[in-house]
Design a protein around this ligand. Structure first.
Ligand SMILES: Cc1cc2nc3c(=O)[nH]c(=O)nc-3n(C[C@H](O)[C@H](O)[C@H](O)COP(=O)(O)OP(=O)(O)OC[C@H]3O[C@@H](n4cnc5c(N)ncnc54)[C@H](O)[C@@H]3O)c2cc1C
Length: 511
């Protein structure tokens, strides 16, 4: 009963002209959050802590969204950092964000996010979300990625109670235990606007019935538009980019806000990820070897990139779209043996750790090879491999020879790659794995103020409407960066909290 405390449910009979009567449900609350992922649940917890009545709408049958995939969150000047002498100041982080985006990012928003980030680590800690260690985003970068430790239920009672899923579990329980209501399989479909103010949300229940939720403020947190093909085509330069870990991110929140008069910002920017293939788990071992920084070529067989750009994988993600979106990673038997017997050099975040021996590579590769769908290739000679890849053997052979010379003299004559990643392609059999651009989500969305208020065409806040996480634009320029590890999840949590605080100020419930 506590969960529904204060939420008045009334049934209103609507009589449409020349149509049978339809039952329409109506609810009243203080804050409606649309989307129960990272940013939405953070907003809900914060709003409840400030004394608001909260309803959270979730399209899927469970909460979490992309938040069920992430591992760590950004903070600067946090206690875990200070305890072990990590010196990443707020000033440094703020300037890095702004300079990387060439000041295309929203300075007021970036500042509020960075300034709140350390306190958010304390806030998480108080809720029971502990930090396991602080790592980097890209190799050698600043230590800002606060990787979330397993909870007490891990692994026996709850094998998924670790990383950001631990945080999601804690948020969900907090909302349920503190009088909030989470409505699963109940997507928000429209905003209710009256006299220029947003005063609620229309949702669709699993039964198909419409539910009107009247509220003092609405926080849009539906996670962007990674799965909406039309929106991807409309806004993103390389729309076929493969979404990893996203389902049902159809841009609902962004479209609802736009309909209510909100401006959009930064819609073309996606969270470019390591290249890979569709339908593979982020920890798949064929992909793990293919994205080692050794020898990647265009469909013509020409090397096009310093493969170690994958250390900061958005760079590798950008480079592959520049060549049209298809590349092949080619390696020989000695590299396969190195990865299988000694372990990989380049980790894939927490998914495949540095030094992991790829014991499942052969299984994954051979299965894919047998499918003959153009993702995996194997040959006894470079000429034969080139033929299978529809490349001119002369071009591929020349590229291989150049790489082999660079490897022999330990100096990359083409792209200045670090010498430790220079490996010859000399011992057959030879392997090729196709690489395609992937992304972890979209980064453009509703244009917001530094306080996450949705802005109209004149740049004025739309009263009662807030947008957070990947439903909001303004944290990036034309490219995702990995300079500050944990930036997107960190932004999602902090923007959610900022939105809740400002929504309650707007509602006169907080000073
Ligand atoms: C594999 C992977 C690893 C990652 N690792 C990291 C990391 O370590 N650090 C980091 O900073 N970032 C990481 N990210 C990115 C990070 O997880 C996301 O940026 C962040 O979780 C986005 O939060 P969000 O609240 O905007 O969206 P989400 O968490 O996706 O939440 C959106 C929610 O809205 C729901 N929804 C959609 N439409 C509707 C609707 N109409 N009505 C109601 N609900 C709706 C969705 O179902 C979802 O539950 C990773 C992403 C992936 C895919």
């Amino acid at each position: 009963m506590r969960r529904v405390r204060g939420i008045a449910m009334v049934f209103v009979a609507l009589f449409a002209f020349a149509a049978p009567a339809l039952a329409e449900k109506e609810m009243n609350t203080d804050v409606v959050v649309v989307g129960a992922g990272t940013s939405g649940l953070a907003a809900a917890v914060q709003a409840l802590q400030l004394g608001a009545k909260v309803v959270v709408l979730e399209k899927q049958a469970k909460v979490g969204g992309t938040g069920s995939f992430c591992e760590g969150v950004f903070a600067a000047e946090s206690k875990p950092q200070k305890r072990i002498g990590i010196d990443v100041s707020k000033d440094f982080a703020f300037k890095l964000i702004m300079n990387y985006s060439h000041w295309k990012a929203n300075g007021a928003l970036a500042k509020n996010f960075v300034d709140k980030s350390a306190e958010t680590i304390d806030w998480l800690d108080d809720l029971g979300v502990k930090i396991e260690y602080v790592g980097v985003g890209g190799f050698g970068g600043p230590l800002t990625w606060h990787v979330i430790a397993p909870g007490p239920d891990y692994p026996d009672k709850n094998p998924r109670d670790f990383h950001c899923q631990r945080m999601i579990n804690v948020f969900e329980k907090y909302v349920q235990d503190h009088g909030g209501k989470i409505l699963l399989e109940t997507p928000g479909t429209d905003l209710i606007a009256e006299n220029g103010k947003v005063v609620g949300v229309v949702a669709k229940e699993k039964s198909g019935e419409q539910l009107k939720i009247r509220a003092k403020a609405v926080i849009i947190a539906t996670g962007g538009f990674a799965n909406n093909k039309e929106m991807m085509k409309k806004y993103v330069e390389y729309p076929e980019v493969i979404p990893v870990g996203n389902i049902g991110k159809d841009g609902d929140g962004i479209r609802m806000a736009e309909k209510a008069g909100a401006q959009l910002e930064g819609m073309g920017t996606v969270e470019a990820y390591r290249p890979g293939l569709p339908g593979f788990h982020p920890a798949d071992q064929m992909i793990a070897l293919a994205v080692q920084p050794y020898f990647w070529v265009t469909p013509r067989g020409e090397r096009y990139v310093d493969e170690s750009s994958v250390e900061f994988w958005p760079y590798a993600g950008n480079a592959i779209t520049r060549i049209g979106g298809t590349a092949y990673s080619i390696f020989d038997e000695s590299t396969r043996k190195l990865a299988v017997e000694k372990g990989i050099e380049m980790p894939l975040g927490e998914w495949v750790l540095q030094g992991t021996k790829l014991a499942k590579f052969d299984d994954s590769f051979n299965k894919e090879l047998a499918k003959k769908r153009g993702f995996a290739f194997k040959a006894d000679s470079i000429e034969d491999l080139a033929k299978q890849l529809n490349m001119d053997p002369k071009i591929l052979k020349a590229s291989v020879e150049t790489m082999n010379k660079s490897a022999a003299v330990r100096e990359d004559s083409e792209f200045n790659k670090k010498s430790k990643y220079l490996r010859p392609i000399a011992t057959g059999p030879f392997y090729a794995v196709k690489l395609l651009p992937r992304h972890l989500g979209t980064l453009g969305g509703v244009k917001i103020s530094g306080n996450t208020e949705a802005l109209n065409a004149k740049g004025e806040p739309i009263p009662g409407l807030y947008a957070v996480g990947t439903d909001s634009g303004g944290m990036y320029g034309d490219s995702y960066d990995l300079l500050l590890g944990g930036g997107t999840a960190g932004y999602a949590i902090n923007s959610g909290r900022i939105a809740a605080e400002n929504a309650l100020k707007y509602a006169g419930m907080k000073k």
